[in-house]
Design a protein around this ligand. Structure first.
Ligand SMILES: CC/C=C/CC(=O)SCCNC(=O)CCNC(=O)[C@H](O)C(C)(C)COP(=O)(O)OP(=O)(O)OC[C@H]1O[C@@H](n2cnc3c(N)ncnc32)[C@H](O)[C@@H]1OP(=O)(O)O
Length: 666
């Protein structure tokens, strides 16, 4: 008997010396044992844990147990026989799906797939003892998975070709999923012992890869962000959240609807407020539809009953927490915060879903500024996992802790960040976008820039994303900032406040090209609302005319320059954010970028990427680009980057020691 609850290998040991006996000889010993070995699985059997269970002759799982081979999510493959045994046990297609996605399965699904022999609601060990007694004396010949022939699909080549194509497409440059397919292919085409050798070879290649390092760093980073701290010393372990049972959402546009769905699904009582009856009704129908579709997809009960709709802010009088999600208009938000402060019961937390505006300015409109924080969701709010919790200089530790806990309860990964224009995510996006525009002025095309970024691993390049989210959004902000002005010759100004500015986005908006919604943007679409971006000859002519009008000579720009200028400008802003104390550590930035902005997980996040490239190299390239473009402050290396490079480029886990935290009043 062997009782299992194993999360797999200790991931922290991967970069160091591994302790304990090696797993492969152990699984061979167990499988070869003359006495029956029954695995009793409680909790989880993941990675090496499941591989160990697969070497046992029988597996009994508790109904709440979860099983899986998640190695691929850490940049690895199951290297203790998992790729050779699982296809032998459950067939090639099912094994490929589990191994290439790393998906966990419930005990019930494991039973259905044939991974376990029995599921019990009782104590798994007791059930396994009983089971062992029932098979006493039976031959084990048919129970040693390593001795099974691997089922061979009749159209083997076609099956693997199709899977490989699909895996390559969805992996977006990640090597582990592709290598997992190669290992399973070995199970089908080679005898067991040779297959094991092949598995070991492939595992070794992955084990030392940069991608595995990045994914393992990211695994811990995503967990580290819950241990938040602020520059004034407020911390996750000394700040107590207050319970929230009832919450209000103000404004039921796209974001407000998604937030209401998230809250209702997590069991909160929700008051959803919209000013006009007509919009309220539309929102109610949309929210109900979203809840129904989601409940159907998850096989979960409907959460309709949790939401009350109202046209009056007064409906928020007795809630514990409010999330305001109206348009990005400071005057409107301020008016709402003033009213909420008068309407809500004392102690109600007032949160804003603003993506960039000053939380402190909103707090100043209320009687209790300490209760105000930002809760910045990402669209679609009921799907995206990221939540930026923004503390202002007056937010109380209790308010931060409550918003962080609320995020966790609705299934988000919450990252606490300081208050500044755009917080962490959108602030870093600005220099990235700016570089993409400048590259167009200098001779690149949207297709070229997007292709480089997609090859790096982003699901969409910057111009496709801009078309998707709408060019008018940024235009409105730039107009409000006074940037959209002609120069003395009547041409759109390319210098604003002494710094280079590209009016390209403004000029497209003036033509009514707002992106997908109008069927034209940086690309063309077959109709307004169309999704498939096609190259647009009009845009290319427009760029040529623009360059000619401004005396710009197009040059050939290579892939490396596109990547470095876009990414290093973004990374440089990340260092500035660390220096300013807006993010407590590089992990916060990396989690925000992976979960909110499509940064490829197998590259760890922008700050991890900088560490991998080498801080001295990033510094050197930024210095070079800044020399060439002295009117672009975003390319001037930040002093923290200089300091880290001068200090011998310490590894990312040592950066916090170097970061000087500024003083704050929190
Ligand atoms: C040759 C042999 C090779 C074998 C290959 C492998 O086995 S690779 C490892 C495969 N296993 C995994 O990938 C499992 C990773 N863990 C999880 O998916 C989850 O942690 C969990 C087990 C499903 C539990 O989730 P839950 O949400 O309940 O808790 P946390 O994720 O917050 O974890 C709690 C703390 O435990 C740490 N931790 C979890 N698993 C491991 C692990 N395998 N190695 C090291 N540490 C692990 C986790 O980091 C949390 O601690 P923090 O201090 O908060 O980081």
């Amino acid at each position: 008997m062997s009782c299992l609850c194993i999360t797999g290998a200790d991931i922290r040991e991967f970069g160091a010396k591994m302790s304990g006996p090696p797993l492969v000889p152990m699984i061979h010993m167990i499988e070869a044992a003359a006495k029956p070995v029954v695995a009793a699985i409680e909790g989880v059997a993941l990675g090496g844990g499941l591989e160990l269970a697969l070497s046992c002759h029988y597996r009994i799982a508790h109904s709440k147990a979860r099983l899986g081979l998640p190695e691929v999510t850490l940049g690895l493959l199951p290297g203790a026989g998992g790729t050779q045994r699982l296809p032998r046990l459950i067939g090639v297609p099912a094994a490929l799906e589990l191994i290439t996605t790393g998906r966990h399965v419930t005990a019930a699904e494991a039973l259905q797939l044939g991974i376990v022999d029995e599921v019990t609601d009782q104590n798994a060990v007791d059930a396994a003892v009983k089971f062992a007694q029932s098979v006493e004396g039976k031959s084990l010949d048919a129970r040693r998975i390593g001795t099974f022939p691997c089922p061979r699909p009749p159209d083997l080549d076609a099956v693997f070709e199709k899977v490989m194509k699909e895996v390559r497409r969805s992996a977006r440059g990640a090597i582990a999923p592709v290598t997992c397919v190669q290992a399973v292919h070995a199970a089908v085409t080679l005898p067991y012992a040779k297959g094991m050798e092949r598995e070991r070879e492939l595992f070794s290649t992955l084990f030392t890869s940069g991608q595995a390092r990045a994914l393992q760093y990211y695994f811990f980073a995503q967990r580290a962000v819950s241990r938040w701290s602020t520059p004034s010393g407020a911390r996750w372990d000394t700040s107590k959240p207050r319970p929230v049972r009832k919450a209000a959402v103000i404004g039921l546009g796209t974001m407000g609807r998604g937030i209401s769905v998230s809250l209702a699904q997590a069991g909160f009582s929700v008051v959803a407020v919209e000013t006009q009856e007509k919009q309220l009704l539309e929102a109610k129908q949309a929210v109900s539809g979203m809840l129904e579709r989601d409940a159907k997809r998850r096989g979960a009960p409907l959460a309709h009953g949790n939401i009350k709709y109202s046209c009056s802010l007064k409906a928020a009088a007795d809630v514990d927490l409010v999330i305001e999600a109206v348009f990005e208009d400071m005057a409107l938000k301020k008016a709402i915060f003033r009213q909420l402060s008068a309407i809500c019961k004392p102690g109600t937390f007032l949160c804003s879903n603003t993506s960039a505006l000053d939380i402190d300015e909103l707090a100043s409109q209320t009687q209790s500024p300490e209760l105000v924080v930002g809760m910045h969701f990402f669209a679609p709010a009921h799907v995206m996992k990221l939540l930026e919790v923004v503390y202002g200089p007056r937010s109380s530790p209790e308010a931060v802790a409550t918003a962080m806990q609320m995020g966790k309860k609705i299934g988000k990964v919450s990252v606490a960040v300081g208050n500044c224009r755009g917080f962490v995510g959108n602030r870093m996006l600005k220099p990235y976008l700016e570089q993409a525009f400048f590259l167009l002025e200098e001779g690149a095309t949207p297709e070229q820039v997007d292709q480089v970024l997609e090859e790096f691993g982003f699901p969409m390049g910057v111009f496709k994303v801009s078309d998707l989210s709408g060019l008018d959004v940024g235009w409105k902000v730039r107009k409000a900032d006074g940037l959209v002005v002609p120069d003395s010759t009547g041409k759109s100004a390319r210098i604003q406040g002494g710094r280079r500015y590209s009016p390209l986005g403004d000029l497209l908006c003036e033509q009514g090209r707002f992106g997908q919604k109008t069927g034209r943007g940086w690309y063309q679409y077959d109709k307004p609302g169309g999704r498939v971006a096609k190259s647009d000859p009009w845009l290319h002519r427009f760029l040529e005319e623009y360059r000619a009008r401004h005396g710009l000579v197009a040059r050939r720009i290579d892939q490396q320059e596109v990547l470095e200028r876009c990414l290093y400008a973004l990374i440089n802003e990340g260092f500035q954010i660390l220096q300013d104390g807006i993010a407590a550590g590089p992990e916060d930035i990396d989690v925000i970028y992976v979960l909110g902005y499509g940064w490829p997980r197998h590259r760890g996040g922008p700050m991890f990427f900088a560490d991998m490239v080498g801080l001295d190299k990033v510094l050197d390239r930024l210095e070079r680009y800044h020399q060439l473009h002295p009117d672009v402050p975003g390319l001037k290396p930040c002093s923290l980057l200089r300091k880290l490079a001068a200090g011998g480029c310490p590894p990312i886990h040592r950066w916090r020691e170097v970061i000087q935290k500024p003083h704050s009043q929190l």
